[in-house]
Ligand binder design. Structure first.
Ligand SMILES: Nc1ncnc2c1ncn2[C@@H]1O[C@H](COP(=O)(O)OP(=O)(O)OP(=O)(O)O)[C@@H](O)[C@H]1O
Ligand SMILES: [Mg+2]
Length: 296
């Protein structure tokens, strides 16, 4: 068993998850350190969002342990902000009210943002300021561009002060220019606010560009278990070079080669790496193999 060290903010071990008789996640092991910008890619339907829901405590694993800051997922102390692709803003509330609501979204009681205390409003304005949205505080979501709406969604999540900011394809609905602009913006925010981020995307270029660490989740691999139903595993775990605050790197050959090898290792059903040969190069990576996987 891998011990979680003091830096480890998210620890997942031996996690299995199925829906009905379909195994989705198949023995997931993952330890993420504070301050990491962790990106997760994988073929559509492999279980990326399912893993996020387990971390969020919205769903229970069939087996295994998930802890955040040492507490079981779903424990009140582990309140996390999450940013989805879209639809997290209430259309009839202003930007400020939407952010205020974020502060209370995780609490199971009625909350009316228009009777918020001055202290709460000041706090919400602080986050709007950080997200460069102060001027839009009294606007309604439909008056904002898609990129601005996603920044409001990020403010809504950050005000919960989550130990790990979870993001599920947050830029998936944006046009390419806005997407790139928000990628750079998020990198700056991560650096400045010392965030720990867990970011799901199926855009390989985005994952390589943003991450300080990149995980590949995939159902395409081989082991010695014989004829059993398999779910997805983490098949690659890369430590990426420290973050460049320019998009120029995207056109470099090293970058393009990395994308090519990730595409092959995780997305090509005809390339089946053996569990013992997974590319788990990140220093925090660990793998709990079953006996029949270890032999051979
Ligand atoms: N509540 C549910 N009940 C039954 N099956 C589900 C449920 N949620 C997800 N699944 C199934 O689990 C698998 C993984 O779904 P998930 O949404 O986690 O994939 P994903 O990797 O996020 O895909 P995408 O890249 O398309 O967002 C899929 O086959 C999906 O159909
Ligand atoms: Mg998904």
């Amino acid at each position: 068993m891998a011990m979680s060290n003091e830096q480890s903010i998210l620890h997942i071990e031996d996690v299995y998850k199925s829906y009905g008789d379909k195994l989705i996640l198949d023995n997931i092991d993952l330890s993420v350190n504070k301050g990491e910008f962790c990106t997760l890619v994988g073929p559509s339907g492999c279980g990326k969002s399912t893993l996020l829901r387990l971390i969020l405590g919205q769903e229970k694993a069939d087996h295994g342990a998930l802890t955040i800051n040492g507490h079981a997922a779903g424990y009140p102390d582990t309140e996390r902000g999450i940013v989805f692709q879209r639809y997290s803003l209430y259309p009839h509330l202003t930007v400020l009210e939407n952010v205020l609501l974020g502060k209370h979204l995780s609490k199971r009681r009625w909350y009316l943002p228009w009777v918020a205390s001055q202290a709460s409003k000041d706090e919400a304005m602080h986050y709007l300021d950080v997200l460069r949205l102060s001027a839009a505080a009294n606007k309604y979501p439909h008056e904002l561009s898609g990129g601005m709406q996603q920044r409001v969604a990020i403010a809504q999540a950050l005000i919960m002060k989550p130990p790990v900011l979870l993001m599920d394809e947050p830029f998936g609905a944006l046009d390419p220019d806005t997407r790139e602009e928000l990628q750079l913006f998020l990198l700056e925010l991560w650096d400045k606010e010392k965030l720990t981020i867990f970011f799901v995307t199926h855009d390989l270029e985005e994952a390589c560009f943003l991450g300080s660490r990149m995980l590949v989740l995939s159902q395409y691999y081989a082991d010695d278990r014989g004829e059993v139903a398999r779910g997805a595993k983490i098949v690659s775990d890369y430590a990426l070079p420290s973050v460049a605050l320019s998009t120029e790197i995207k056109t470099s050959s090293v970058f393009q080669e990395l994308i090519g090898s990730v595409r092959q290792q995780g997305f090509d059903p005809s390339v089946l790496q053996h569990v013992r040969d997974f590319n788990l190069e990140h220093p925090d990576s660990f793998q709990t193999l079953l006996d029949q996987e270890r032999s051979g």
